[in-house]
Ligand binder design. Sequence first.
Ligand code: ADP
Ligand code: MG
Length: 285
Amino acid sequence: MNAIHPNRPPGAPERAEDAAGIDIVGLTKRYLTPKNETFTAIRDVTLRVEPGEFCAIVGPTGCGKSTTLAQVSGLERPSAGSVKVHDQIVDGITNGVSYMFQADALFPWKTVLGNVLIGPVLLGTPKKEATLLARDWLRRVGLAGFEDRYPHQLSGGMRKRVAMAAALINNPRILLMDEPFGALDVQTKAIMQNELLQLWEELRPSVLFITHDLDEAVALADKVVIMTSSPGTIKDVFEIDLPRPRGDVQKIRHEERFLELQGQIWESLKDEVTRAYKQSAGVAA
Ligand SMILES: Nc1ncnc2c1ncn2[C@@H]1O[C@H](COP(=O)(O)OP(=O)(O)O)[C@@H](O)[C@H]1O
Ligand SMILES: [Mg+2]
């Protein structure tokens, strides 16, 4: 039995050490525009996320970050190149992968408890067991007492907590997060970042975390990947050697090494942001 997850749902990985790596090789995605033209959203993206690693991808708006994640999740199929999770080619939704979107992907007609227990139930856990597990997860994300509320009765930060509990309850080997805290106010964002780091330390999934917030990337990740402006490809990869556990993300931002890394990475990112801005201004003009 597992110390972290005594009530592990069937289909979920056995142990946190089962975290899987992600191998993205030559990944290209082309879309057909409404005018029937081919549009290349990402081009030749190659990237490896080690098992248990926290990898952040930063790039300007529209550069193809969400597109990259959609190919890794199996929700979309690459036009060229490949994605492997745990040495297996991704072909549809993969077991052990959880996805957290920027928008709250909660079922509005289900209670908080109902939203969190659906994962294990779909994986075959009996409802009673899933309910106990979901209650435990809601307690862990600070929502004990809110089980019977509906999403519209919660604040933005609380909805994020529900989404986080729903993503983590299956103890995913891979956690894909697409600007999960982008819509939150600064204080709530910092609280959620700290909570995410704590839970990640406990469960150690491999994380692919997309953000346009460079400070967030440096504070959370082991590795920060910079994407070019559209069509997105990998420009630079920076190892973040800040010690773990990171502690309070708001404090770490003032440390010398943080500022040094942040400065170096910004040098790489700023040209892409400027280029993306000019591209979109050109379209708008
Ligand atoms: N289904 C689609 N059909 C056509 N174009 C798309 C589709 N999805 C994304 N795109 C385009 O691909 C580019 C990259 O989008 P996206 O990955 O969402 O960027 P990001 O997440 O970095 O802001 C954008 O120009 C977007 O309009
Ligand atoms: Mg996006």
